[in-house]
Ligand binder design. Structure first.
Ligand SMILES: NC(=O)c1ccc[n+]([C@@H]2O[C@H](COP(=O)([O-])OP(=O)(O)OC[C@H]3O[C@@H](n4cnc5c(N)ncnc54)[C@H](OP(=O)(O)O)[C@@H]3O)[C@@H](O)[C@H]2O)c1
Length: 333
């Protein structure tokens, strides 16, 4: 039985309004908050799940204490000082989660499965950069990138800096995925032996060649292949990981292969700066750092060792190019 005509009409209008009702407009704040949540979910889902693969212990007894000669005089900043510095540049900034892919800075770090390179990746990711963590053993790159999956977007890629094919493969990957590059950190390095056998008269020439191939020709090979992608990126930077042992101003004997390779890398830095307009190129000495290369007796942590390279790669106010740095200050060649 139907009710009075007015009631029927009221019900008809109510039904019509119900079915044609538009979703109320969200406020601007609601839309921004929802976009931030979606972006966090996208970033979380785009990185690999944490892994259970063991990462090498960088504080283990290393074979080499060579950097002591140059770097012992450079005191390691205490944790408080480091955290103060990191507060400026290395803190996690959630607002960077809203940076669009177009504006996101892309960074490549070589030799990044352990030591200072791995920590550089961590700090770059904390700064909101998308990091391509490379290592000569692809599985090591994968394991290391997964260990940073909770920090930010860190992608693994194999790279042997002594191989033209490997460098070409990386360049193709970056071209395909991004079409540009903002930061290249030439971190991969070797110091083949210490003690007897490293001097002028007894170091095997093959040791000198192998060291130059990795520490000097590696960065040269990468820059020759990646400069176009870097020039396509905004505010591009190249950071060459050098050493106080390569400083000419008080060069002395011993560790001939390593010294030569880092002095030559230092020479490449102003050459790159001069020939690659628009890219800031600098050398850095991380100090004497507790890694497999530096040994367990080194005074500096990897966090401290990574601080200046990351600063050179990310500081928006940096103007210097073709220079040599330690602890965020210029040092002599
Ligand atoms: N530690 C110090 O006190 C100190 C001081 C001054 C300068 N540095 C410089 O800082 C950089 C990092 O040193 P670190 O102490 O972290 O050294 P590390 O712990 O010995 O690590 C060296 C990294 O370089 C990689 N690597 C070696 N040859 C490579 C190649 N052909 N292709 C790609 N990757 C390669 C290694 O990969 P694998 O795991 O596959 O071997 C490893 O990931 C080096 O350039 C070093 O000369 C270090």
């Amino acid at each position: 039985m139907r009710g009075p005509p007015e009631r029927v009409e009221r019900e008809r209008i109510a039904k019509e309004q119900f079915h044609t009702k538009k979703t109320p407009q969200k406020s601007k704040e609601q839309r921004v908050a929802q976009a931030a949540v979606s972006e966090r979910v996208r970033v979380r889902d785009s990185v690999a799940k944490p892994n259970d693969i063991e990462i090498r212990d960088n504080t283990g007894q290393g074979s080499n204490h060579i950097e002591q000669a140059r770097c012992a005089a450079v005191q390691a900043p205490g944790d408080a000082e480091r955290h103060q510095r990191m507060g400026e540049y290395g803190r996690h900034r959630p607002e960077l989660g809203r940076v669009s892919m177009k504006d996101k800075q892309i960074a490549v770090v070589t030799g990044a499965n352990r030591g200072i390179g791995l920590e550089i990746c961590r700090q770059l990711a904390e700064n909101g950069l998308e990091v391509i963590l490379t290592a000569r053993r692809p599985q090591a790159a994968e394991a290391a990138s997964q260990s940073l999956s909770s920090v930010g977007t860190v992608r693994a890629h194999g790279l042997d800096v002594t191989s033209d094919d490997s460098v070409r493969d990386l360049a193709d990957f970056i071209e395909r995925e991004y079409g540009r590059l903002n930061v290249l950190i030439n971190n991969a390095g070797i110091m083949l032996s210490d003690g007897p056998g490293t001097g002028l008269l007894d170091v095997p020439l093959d040791t000198v060649r192998e060291t130059m191939e990795t520490n000097t020709y590696g960065p040269l090979r990468l820059v020759r292949k990646l400069h176009g992608l870097l020039q396509a990126g905004k505010r591009a930077r190249i950071v060459n990981m050098s050493s106080g042992l390569g400083q000419l101003f008080d060069m002395t004997g011993g560790n001939v292969a390593y010294r030569l390779s880092k002095t030559a890398l230092n020479a490449l830095t102003p050459i790159m700066a001069a020939e690659l307009p628009g890219i800031l190129v600098n050398s850095v000495c991380p100090g004497w750092v507790r890694t497999d290369m530096g040994g367990s007796g080194a005074p500096r942590s990897v966090q401290t060792g990574a601080d200046t390279p990351v600063w050179l790669a990310t500081d928006p106010d940096l103007q210097e190019t073709g220079a040599f740095f330690r602890d965020r200050k210029r040092i002599e060649w």
